[in-house]
Write a protein that binds this ligand. Structure first.
Ligand code: HEM
Length: 322
């Protein structure tokens, strides 16, 4: 009897494996890049990718070449490792449905109600907001504000004050993160009303920005896991970091700030007039914008500075030896 039950189970498991091999595995079609399905059903290569993304991508690039496809948490994702091919993909922009991914991912990661008008929480065309406030005629003013804040943050910062007898030493990674985050944050969300010469107020303002940066980093760490579909409640500290960010961006706190960018002012207006979002959802949409404005900018600044310094060092060494 026990043997026959074990046999039934073995046949069932065998059948499921065959079914997975037949239906759950994507085979490479002609003209498509090589495919890696991974060994675990549904997860595919998710665990290897999550453990060390760079090592994973380098090893697959060695195996398959610059372009390949991997199954990660139920999704087939195409990877393009050759920077000279990006342009060809970007040129096809109008055939790529960014919105489909964007709407769902934003809800999963930031926890606000959906921006997709078909879900009935809003009727607006979100993309228009970005076109109106981040490019064309709106861009010069935005750049000027960012430049002013960059100057303020770097030249008036405690770290660089010449009267200080002792300099604070920081790695360029931490330096780039602090300087760019503060300047970017103030550019989008403005400053609290008040006297700019009052030292206590400036110190409090700085502390708020640095605290916001810590919350941002805590949340950003787990962003790939959220995109892959894991619920944020699994990551307690990242969840409270995201909620702390949202608290600093609720309507009451934003109303105490001046020089708020056109992007955030317009979003506040549209959230109030065209959506049925509640206050928490509205604040979380601002967290999404903070993340969009910083998540690529911070590492891009670090790498740009890193290569500039390295290039300068190499050049200085070469001119020294010749
Ligand atoms: C080096 C810096 C940055 C990089 C590499 C970067 C990259 C990207 C990419 C690849 C997208 C995907 C959507 C698309 O292709 O249209 C995107 C979207 C977006 N980015 Fe950036 N970004 C950077 C900085 C910024 C900054 C400073 C802001 C300031 C607000 C920003 C705001 C946005 C917004 C709002 C979207 C969504 C656009 C939409 O849904 O139409 N980004 N970014």
């Amino acid at each position: 009897m026990i043997i026959s039950i074990a046999l039934i189970w073995a046949v069932l498991v065998g059948f499921c494996c065959l079914l997975w091999l037949a239906v759950g595995i994507r085979h490479r079609l002609s003209g498509e890049p090589p495919v890696e399905n991974g060994l675990i059903p549904y997860l595919g290569c998710a665990l290897q990718f999550g453990a060390n993304p760079l090592q994973f991508l380098r090893s697959r690039q060695k195996k398959h070449g610059h372009i390949f496809t991997c199954k990660i948490a139920g999704q087939y994702i195409h990877f393009l490792c050759d920077p000279f091919s990006y342009h060809s993909v970007i040129k096809q922009g109008r055939h790529l449905d960014w919105r489909k991914f964007h709407f769902a991912t934003s809800v999963k990661a930031f926890g606000h109600d959906s921006f997709d008008p078909r879900h009935g929480h809003t009727t607006e065309n979100l993309h228009q907001t970005f076109l109106k406030t981040l490019q064309g005629e709106a861009l010069p003013a935005l750049i000027e504000t960012m430049m002013d804040h960059l100057q303020d943050v770097m030249l008036k910062s405690d770290t660089l004050r010449p009267s200080k007898s002792r300099w604070e030493v920081e790695g360029i990674f931490a330096f780039c993160y602090k300087v760019m985050f503060e300047a970017g944050y103030l550019t989008l969300f403005g400053k609290e009303f008040g006297d700019d010469k009052c030292q206590a107020r400036l110190t409090a303002q700085k502390a708020l920005v640095l605290n916001t940066l810590e919350n941002f980093k805590e949340f950003d760490k787990i962003f790939p896991a959220l995109v892959a579909g894991l619920p944020i409640h699994v990551f307690k500290s990242a969840y409270s970091a995201r909620e702390n960010l949202a608290k600093t961006m609720n309507a009451e706190n934003l109303s105490r700030r001046e020089n708020v960018s056109d992007l955030i002012s317009m979003r506040m207006l549209l959230n109030d007039s065209l959506s049925t979002f509640n206050d928490v959802s509205k604040a979380r949409t601002h967290v999404a914008l903070l993340w969009a404005s910083q998540a690529n900018t911070l590492p891009a600044t670090f790498w740009s500075l890193f290569y500039m310094i390295r290039y300068e060092l190499v050049r200085a060494r070469c001119s020294h030896t010749t």
